[in-house]
Write a protein that binds this ligand. Structure first.
Ligand code: BJ8
Length: 427
């Protein structure tokens, strides 16, 4: 018997009619894009269940945690350290949205030429359809791109509990010092609101939980090196997307169970596509739920995605925090800063590590081409994609740059370009 979550949504202040409309579009897209795939691993059933309850059971869990006195912290960027949130027994949730919802309302507050990810965050707030946002005790913004940085000034008028972390723009010693100072301030904020002190022991535990989650994602990424591909890019992306919402322990166990199954599949040479299927690496802007347009087009155009150089992918999960035997809180904080300082987001200048990472991923995942995914009006990634494309092509790596948004209007045009690119790869 299905549970009626409407009283819960109503209590959170959602617009029930608008929310029904969103869920019905989401459910249909999920059916058409994910459930229509064939030969999916059994282990994806857990992630299908999570998606079916993404606004239901998981929100109830968040509200139960709040009732026990735990704080729910939402964020829009992988620079917000989940380890610190766990160290005060908090719950971390990702708030980036991947759907075009209430954009007309959002465009009353933001210029039309704002990237879809930012507009979507506003649309979900103004349209009253995001139970995660409404369940948050604190929403954490961060000074990354100019779009987000300025948008948080306006978002501050719409939500009562916004906290913004300043971030460096350069990978310099002073940049690292700024990141450390900001993480210390954020830790103090979390302590103040939770009434819990971050001790070395608590932070070590937080680091261990998040490291284990990342190790499981690394394991999944490495299994995708196999040919034939044991899992579709869509399913692997979904796992990465869910990593921002789910309970970290349960998520880690479920990813490891999926990986066990994929190992068996690889031994049996069982793939989701035939061995000769062209293998694509996707790089660029993050894809938040339910932004599945490009991977869906690629994987219904006779290719398979074998890796994502993205914050919802390997850029976000790639490095572990050293925990070792450090028992001093300041050393653990330094380790945390070291780990996050390596994130090679295009908001940094210069940003040569990212190109290097794309090349490494291309080689380790046995890819045959790179699709650079840009959201329109995202200056950091759009500008960086020019140099990335030139240097990859110069190195003999076929590269296609796609600029798009969350609408479906350009789907046909993108498909034509992707199909031509796949033909080029196949020679
Ligand atoms: S660390 S990629 S999650 S900032 S798409 S809002 S950059 S205009 S999302 Fe990001 Fe953190 Fe960087 Fe990762 Fe701006 Fe571009 Fe929009 Fe973007």
């Amino acid at each position: 018997m299905s549970v009626d979550y409407r009283p819960m949504w109503s209590q959170l202040g959602l617009d029930l009619n608008a929310h029904d409309a969103l869920l019905s579009v989401l459910g249909k897209a999920y059916q058409d894009i994910f459930l229509a795939q064939t030969d999916r691993p059994e282990g994806m059933k857990y992630f299908d269940f999570v998606m079916s309850e993404v606004h239901g059971l998981r929100i109830k869990e968040l509200l139960d945690a709040k009732a026990e006195g735990r704080k729910v912290i939402g964020s829009y960027c992988v620079f917000v350290p989940e380890e610190l949130i766990l160290a005060v027994d908090g719950v971390s949730v990702g708030l980036c949205a991947g759907a075009e919802f209430a954009f007309a309302e959002a465009e009353k507050l933001l210029p039309r030429n704002t990237c879809a990810l930012i507009k979507s965050a506003f649309g979900f707030k103004l349209g009253k359809v995001c139970p995660y946002l409404e369940a948050c005790d604190l929403v954490v913004g961060e000074n990354t791109c100019d779009g987000k940085k300025k948008a948080y000034e306006t978002l501050d008028d719409l939500i009562k509990n916004l906290y913004v972390i300043d971030l460096p723009q350069m990978k310099s010693e002073s940049g690292k010092a700024l990141l450390k100072a900001e993480y210390q301030k954020f830790a103090a904020k979390l302590e103040e609101m939770s009434g819990k002190t971050i001790t070395a022991e608590r932070l070590r535990k937080g680091i261990e939980i998040v490291n284990n989650k990342r190790k499981a994602l690394h394991r999944l990424a490495a299994l995708r090196n196999a040919s034939p591909a044991p899992i579709s890019g869509l399913d692997a992306l979904l796992v990465n997307q869910i990593s921002f919402y789910d309970d970290p322990l349960r998520f880690t166990n479920s990813v490891n169970a999926l990986c066990d199954e994929l190992e068996t599949r690889i031994k049996a040479a069982q793939g989701v596509r035939p061995q000769q299927t062209p293998r694509i690496l996707v790089s660029g802007c993050p894809m938040a739920v339910p932004n599945w347009k490009l991977p869906w087009i690629v994987e219904t155009s006779s290719a398979v995605i074998v890796g994502e150089e993205s914050c919802v992918g390997e850029r976000g999960s790639r490095n572990l925090t050293q925990d070792g035997s450090d028992t001093r809180l300041d050393l653990l904080m330094d380790n945390l800063v070291e780990r996050y300082f390596k994130v090679d987001c295009a908001v940094f200048t210069p940003n040569p590590d990212r190109l290097q990472h794309i090349r490494e991923m291309f080689a380790t995942h046995n890819a045959q081409g790179v699709i650079h995914y840009n959201l329109q009006f995202c200056q950091p990634y759009q500008i960086e994609s020019g140099g990335v494309e030139r240097q990859l092509e110069d190195a003999g790596i076929p590269t296609l740059v796609i600029d798009t948004d969350y609408s479906q209007e350009d789907a046909g045009q993108i498909r034509t370009r992707v199909e031509a690119f796949i033909e080029r790869i196949q020679g």
